[in-house]
Design a protein around this ligand. Structure first.
Ligand code: NOJ
Length: 549
């Protein structure tokens, strides 16, 4: 079917449902709460919603451990609430995408329960191996979350592979029956009217033949043997041919360790099997490979990553743009400045929203929520955070270890959305399932609604502009001053118009540097985060200039 690729004109909002809004007073965010807030999301200029998993799940990884793919968890309101949300989204001219998590299931999924008992046809739905003769594990792979990637199952008398938590066994995608199950899941939601999928760690689904040891990759041993594995493109092409090609939908693939050249094998508009990719390079400006090794933020690294993706995908594929999601701490705390919260939040918004691609905004990003800083590590909920805390930096003091977690934990960005300054930040009338960041009395939606200069209203303005300007959608991207560690300056240009984006990432006043060929006295300043502009840039000052040709 000829595709009009409507996702290119959209801005998405990511909902991590447990912490978005509680509609029934039980302390847990739910779809009733989402229903109340659809107009708010629309008011931001967002026309799509990505839901992190809302299926039944024991919750070992906050929903990324699914026990039933064709239902909605009762704590989120079940199918009844979901259908209302889906209708509400479509009535507003918006789209909705679901999270497809099929690298693994929950160990409580019926398939796993039958597989461990060797009940057909489920015996080979998962990746089972006997112990090696010397009693060793089947290979040397690490799980991404909890120690080794193999756990012994007494009932089956074999090890099963889990690249994430012990309660998240990996599916055996080499089994054609498993691939048929995936297609059934996809058709089930697409037939209901869902508009696409974000595909969780989809590049992990094909493991190297024989599951060999990995002697090269320093962390997460095994990564080079299961990421971008031997049959990955074949399986994704099969899903596309048998399912996606028959629906007006789009796919967004999460892909750890990917760079533009590799990404094009997946998302090239002519030959790819998917539409967009969540890559981690732009998320690594303050870490090596992952967030679990926090380093000083490097603007140069961020600019290089963004620019690489902008330039190398131009005309061939479409970028997915993001700064925050449920797997990373808050971006102002990471790349900006808590001291200059508003200003740096706006600079970050400008840096992202004027690039080519489809932006995804994570709940609370639009009001500049900051990292949560618990005083006791026991307060962490996330399986990965708890494991990392218990096993790393053991020679450091408890204070240092805790501070490292503040900077790196996924829970730093999983606290309830701060709606207003009433008790529990207006998130729930009950007892919240998780801690509310105590700064909610100051940082909340209601306060920012009332302030025309707030970060929230700045997001609205910037989104409106990006939608009105063809150069943001089509324009060529060019980076200036690549070696500057304080300024991010880029242009977007079409035959009709030219944009210059200038963002300071310094907490000091700095010189305004304008690249040759841009006469700002002849341009319109269409967006700025300070009222008074001069020939100097104030801390985190950001401007967007427009020339019509
Ligand atoms: C990536 C998801 O974004 C993350 O939240 C989850 O824990 C892992 N995949 C495992 O599903």
């Amino acid at each position: 079917m000829e595709r009009n690729r409507w996702y290119k004109d959209m801005v998405f909002y990511q909902i991590w449902p447990r912490s978005f809004k509680d509609g029934n007073g039980d302390g847990m965010g739910d779809l009733w709460g989402v229903l109340e807030k659809l107009d708010y999301i629309k008011s931001l200029g967002c026309d799509g919603i990505w839901f992190s998993p809302i299926y039944p799940s024991p919750g070992a990884d906050c929903g990324y451990d699914i026990s039933d793919y064709m239902d909605i968890a009762p704590e989120f309101g079940g199918m009844e609430a979901f259908r209302k949300v889906l209708d509400g989204v479509h009535e507003r001219g918006m789209k909705l995408i679901m999270d497809l998590v099929v690298n693994h299931t929950s160990d409580e999924h019926d398939w796993f329960q039958k597989s461990r008992r060797r009940i057909e046809p489920y015996t080979d739905y998962y990746i089972w191996r006997p112990a090696k003769p010397n009693g060793k594990l089947p290979n040397n792979w690490d799980s991404n979350f909890e120690g080794k990637a193999w756990t012994w199952d007494e009932e089956r008398g074999e090890y099963y592979l889990h690249l994430f938590a012990v309660k998240q066994p990996d599916l055996n995608m080499d089994n054609p029956l498993v691939r048929e199950e995936v297609k059934k899941i996809l058709r089930f939601w697409l037939d209901m009217g869902v508009d696409g999928f974000r595909e969780d760690v989809i590049t992990y689904i094909s493991k190297a033949e024989g599951l060999p040891d990995d002697h090269l990759f320093p962390i997460y041993k095994g990564m080079l043997k299961y990421n971008h594995g031997p049959h990955i493109h074949e399986y994704l092409a099969e899903f596309k041919r048998d399912v996606f090609d028959h629906y007006d939908c789009f796919t967004l693939a999460e892909a750890p360790l990917v760079w533009p050249k590799r990404a094009l094998k997946y998302i090239d508009e002519e030959k790819g099997q998917l539409d967009m990719m969540i890559q981690f390079q732009c998320q690594c400006a303050d870490c090596m490979f992952t967030d679990y090794m926090p380093m000083k933020f490097s603007l140069r690294r961020m600019k290089k990553a963004f620019s690489d993706w902008q330039i190398k995908l131009q005309g061939r594929a479409w970028n997915m743009l993001y700064l925050e999601n449920h797997d990373h701490p808050r971006i102002i705390s990471r790349y900006g400045s808590e001291k200059f919260r508003e200003e740096s939040g706006k600079a970050l918004a400008v840096s992202l929203l004027f690039q080519q691609g489809t932006p995804f905004i994570y709940q609370g990003q639009e009001i500049g929520m900051l990292n949560w800083q618990p005083e006791d590590p026991e307060m962490y909920e996330d399986v990965q955070t708890r494991y990392t805390y218990a096993h790393s930096n053991l020679n450091k003091s408890p204070e240092v270890r805790l501070k490292k977690m503040w900077r790196s934990s996924r829970d730093s960005a999983r606290t309830p959305v701060q709606w207003d300054s009433s008790e529990n930040a207006g998130f729930t009338t009950g007892t919240p399932w998780f801690y509310v960041n105590p700064n909610y009395t100051e940082i909340n939606v209601a306060a920012q609604e009332a302030d025309p200069n707030s970060l929230l209203n700045f997001y609205r303005k910037a989104i409106k502009l990006r939608k009105a300007l063809s150069s943001v959608r089509h324009g060529n991207y060019k980076l200036y001053y690549p070696l500057s560690s304080t300024h991010y300056v880029f242009s977007r240009e079409t035959t009709e118009e030219k944009l210059l984006v200038i963002c300071s990432f310094s907490d000091k006043t700095t010189a305004l540097k304008v690249p040759a060929g841009f006469d700002i006295s002849k341009a319109e300043l269409i967006l700025a985060n300070y009222d008074n502009v001069s020939d100097k840039l104030q801390p985190y000052e950001s401007r967007v200039y427009l020339w019509k040709k």
